[in-house]
Design a protein around this ligand. Structure first.
Ligand code: HAM
Length: 420
């Protein structure tokens, strides 16, 4: 026998029971966008390479080291998307959504590809749920976007060790002056060659360098929040005010810059304290000049991306048994071939009522069928044999508590809905 194939390095399969958590997390992360009236958008998984070079930025690790770039058979340079924003903005411009009612508000979900060194929480294919809102500079929108980002993780998934970090990076008016100050400061600091060249391209990135030896030298570094123009300062104060109104607890993080070049003004990150080195489960911010960079007419924009992979890890780190203690639906067993038709009818009836239901196949013994019920992840086993058929009832066994009762066949859907 030849060796079995393995998933490529840095990727993994999403299989049950983990896949239940995966779906639950995706749903939870999408919910606030749906509740906030955002429209769903889907874009290709590959785009012209130049879109990411221009959109994500030349000083980023993503563009420099991590893109999956290839020529297609006609010699076009294409890249598997490393993130969602650039492709979504390309689609908004190409479909002229920016010429309709503003702001354009969209959400999306799907895989992204980065050639990174794999470790826990860092993969070569990862999945994000994200949103983008184009055409409004209102600080209320910034606060709403931050509320949306943290709503799923905190309120729906119940994550307790989650912190929301907020910063402002200034704008094209005040940032050049600040950038110069920072460069003067960094010139006096002892940095390795690659960090020096990063400082030359985008000095702000050095601020949130995670290495202790770099951070130790940045104690006196000028911070973007201390060098804002009046407009940026007013904007930031309003964002913080609306975050309070919305009841979002957050921390100011004056050195938070994020790894992509397009951000201006508000930036934020969601970090989880149970994840170790790869602690950011999501992040986002304003990118008021990106649309212009991509060839559109100037429009402000803001958005975020939440990582499904890391959010699953965060849920598991707070609740080790998450996937196994989430039993739902029922498993139907015919004790006798004469009961099979009744079981089939009941199964489809339950499914039409929105209740998860599956049937024991292959006419196995009750012992084997009950094992199947336990393994299926169902909460209830529904059993029909000759006695039940004659009496017009179903035996219901709660697979958690072991309790068993008998209920009239036509009352089963109602009963299951009430205890679901
Ligand atoms: P990002 O911070 O690069 O932002 O990625 C967002 C999230 O995706 C991260 O916080 C993390 O949870 C997850 N993620 C990123 N890379 C990996 C990886 N290699 N393995 C596992 N998870 C990963 C963006 O991508 C921006 N487009 C977000 C945005 C949208 N900003 C404005 N609009």
């Amino acid at each position: 026998m030849s060796d079995l194939f393995k998933a490529p390095k840095g990727t993994y399969d999403v299989v049950a029971p983990f896949s239940k958590l995966w779906l639950e997390v995706k749903r939870a992360l999408s919910e606030s966008a749906i509740l906030s009236g955002f429209d769903y958008i889907e874009t290709p998984i590959f785009e012209d390479t130049a879109l990411f070079v221009r959109g994500v930025g030349q000083s980023t690790d993503v563009v420099n080291k991590e893109m999956y770039t290839f020529d297609d058979r006609s010699g076009r340079s294409l890249t598997l998307r490393p993130e969602g924003t650039a492709g979504v903005l390309r689609a908004i411009l190409e479909n002229r959504l920016d010429k309709g009612p503003l702001p354009v508000k969209v959400w999306y979900s799907g895989p992204n590809f980065r050639y990174e060194q794999p470790q826990s929480g860092r993969y070569r294919q990862h999945t994000q749920v994200g949103v983008e809102a184009i055409g409004s500079a209102d600080p209320l929108l910034d606060a709403q976007i931050i509320w949306m980002a943290q709503y799923g993780p905190r309120s729906l998934l119940g994550l307790k060790k989650l912190r929301v970090l907020v910063n402002t990076l200034g704008c094209s008016k005040c940032r050049p002056e600040y950038r110069k100050l920072l460069q003067i400061f960094l010139a006096k600091v002892n940095l390795d060659e690659s960090t020096k060249s990063r400082a030359a391209l985008n000095p702000l990135r050095v601020l949130d360098d995670k290495r202790e030896e770099v951070q130790a030298q940045l104690g006196q570094a000028p911070l973007p929040g201390d060098h804002l123009c009046d407009d940026c300062s007013t904007h930031h104060q309003s964002v913080l005010h609306y975050l309070d109104v919305l009841g979002v607890s957050y921390e100011s993080a004056p050195k938070l810059v994020r790894g992509l070049d397009y951000y201006e003004r508000t930036t934020f990150e969601l970090v989880h304290d149970g994840l170790g080195a790869q602690s950011a489960i999501g992040g986002g911010g304003r990118y008021d000049r990106l649309i212009e960079t991509l060839g559109g007419s100037a429009q402000p924009g803001i958005g975020y991306g939440l990582g499904v992979d890391r959010t699953c890890l965060a849920v598991q780190s707070e609740n080790e048994n998450w996937s196994s203690n989430n039993k739902r639906g029922c498993y139907l067993i015919a004790l006798d071939p004469s009961a099979t038709d009744a079981v089939v009818n009941l199964c489809v009836h339950l499914q039409k009522q929105g209740i998860v239901a599956e049937i024991a196949l292959d006419g196995r013994s009750i012992k084997a069928a009950m094992k199947g019920a336990d393994r299926s992840g169902a909460r209830y086993a529904l059993i029909i044999g000759q006695d039940e058929l004659i009496a017009g009832v179903v035996t219901i066994k709660d697979l958690d508590s072991g309790e068993q009762s008998s209920i009239a066949l036509d009352l089963v859907p109602q009963h299951l809905s009430s205890i679901r």
